[in-house]
Design a protein around this ligand. Structure first.
Ligand code: NAI
Ligand code: MG
Length: 350
């Protein structure tokens, strides 16, 4: 078995954690008997500062031939965030129809979690975020600028195809897990989009009588995520709700340095892209102290998606053993080890 992987380390700590993830995945490939053929791309905000483009004009065509994409993080002081978003992340997500943003969350040992003391089994869930439409839309505008009657309109777009496919994905995923789906809604406040979302959720729930389904207003759901996380497993939400809930879920399980994500094209017609949830962290970039765990776990998600679930599980287990042991820990985990130390410890454990 052989897979072609595009690596886009990006900026700041993106490059540092991607180097470690690449080593760990290389070791996993060795142990489990497959090949990872890497190609590295220097697409980044730093490149933008030099050339005026995040990626070449034919960047999407270049990526299309790969089996998977591992992205570090993009963002560089002086380059506005919308440049990296609209110049790289969104074009990739849209061109490759990566309409699922998947964020598995698990309480990891050795973390300064708000839920410290609870067991990992209690906090093991996955946020399924709609990644292509919804509230993140360019429709709308600003009116009566500078006048007393100034106002803005920001429209959302929810298509039947878009809502059905994300909800169906959540139910299919629930079948491989504990068989529970909770949908984030707010149909009391958002009177067009959310009743539509709820209606489609109910239609699809009826197709999955074996799955326990419920819906909650997103505010109450946020509270439950903190107070009774054991009552949640698969959580499905729109682009905005999913974005907020997944950062909350990451925070309660140990923070940004530990949270991976996947931008998935479920039919597999196009490459999917895996990345840590965190950004390029200019405040600690270049110091070699970033926690590589999020990016290593993003790599494990990629292995799973490529069809190497045993290697993926081994990577996750190696991470958990190293964290539980606690001898090698980066400063965010209360230790004084480097990015490379922690990466090497995981590789050695594998
Ligand atoms: P950030 O995630 O880069 O950093 C937030 C805080 O968490 C910082 O104090 C940072 O030091 C810490 N942190 C993040 N990852 C860490 C790790 N692996 N180990 C230890 N500490 C870690 O978010 P911020 O500061 O809002 O954004 C910085 C840049 O990153 C911006 O340019 C932003 O646009 C970009 N960004 C890019 C993303 C992407 O490429 N998908 C996602 C989020 C932000
Ligand atoms: Mg976010």
């Amino acid at each position: 078995r052989s897979y072609r992987i595009a690596s886009i380390p990006g900026d700041g700590i993106g490059t540092e954690v991607t180097a470690e993830a690449t080593n760990v995945l290389g070791r996993a490939a060795e142990v489990y008997g497959f090949d990872l053929r890497w190609s590295e791309f220097d697409w980044s905000c730093e490149r933008y500062a030099e050339t005026g483009r995040m990626m070449p004009e034919d960047g999407i065509d270049q990526l299309a031939v790969f089996d998977g994409i591992l992205l570090g993080a993009v963002g560089f002081p002086g380059v506005p965030d919308h440049v990296s978003l609209w110049g790289l992340l969104l074009p990739v997500r849209r061109a490759f129809a990566q309409y699922v943003n998947l964020r598995p969350v698990r309480l990891l040992p050795g973390t300064a979690s708000a839920l410290a003391g609870r067991s990992a089994d209690e906090l093991e869930m996955v946020i399924v975020r709609e990644n292509s439409e919804g509230e993140y839309s360019e429709l709308g505008g600003r009116h009566n600028r500078g006048q007393p009657g100034e106002f803005v309109l920001q429209e959302s777009v929810f298509t039947r195809v878009g809502v059905e496919r994300i909800i169906r994905y959540a139910f299919d995923l629930a079948r491989t897990r504990t068989g529970r789906v909770c949908s984030a809604t707010k149909s009391n406040g958002l009177v067009h989009s959310m009743p539509f979302w709820d209606e489609i959720f109910a239609e699809i729930a009826a197709e999955y009588p074996d799955i326990h389904s419920e819906q909650m207003h997103v505010d109450a759901l946020a509270a439950r995520m903190v107070q009774q996380p054991d009552r949640l497993d698969v959580v499905v939400g729109s682009n905005l709700f999913g974005d907020i809930l997944s950062d909350l879920a990451a925070a309660v399980t140990g923070g940004l340095g530990m949270a991976p994500s996947g931008n998935i094209n479920p039919p597999g017609q196009h490459p999917s892209m895996f990345e840590a949830v965190h950004g390029s962290a200019p405040d600690i970039a270049g110091k070699g102290i970033a926690n590589p765990v999020a990016q290593v776990l993003a790599g494990a998600m990629m292995l799973e998606h490529l069809g190497e679930p045993e290697a993926a599980r081994a990577v996750r287990c190696a991470v958990e053993k190293v964290l539980a042991d606690g001898a090698v820990a980066t400063p965010d985990l209360g230790g004084s080890s480097t990015t490379a130390d922690l990466g090497a410890a995981v590789t050695a454990e594998l």
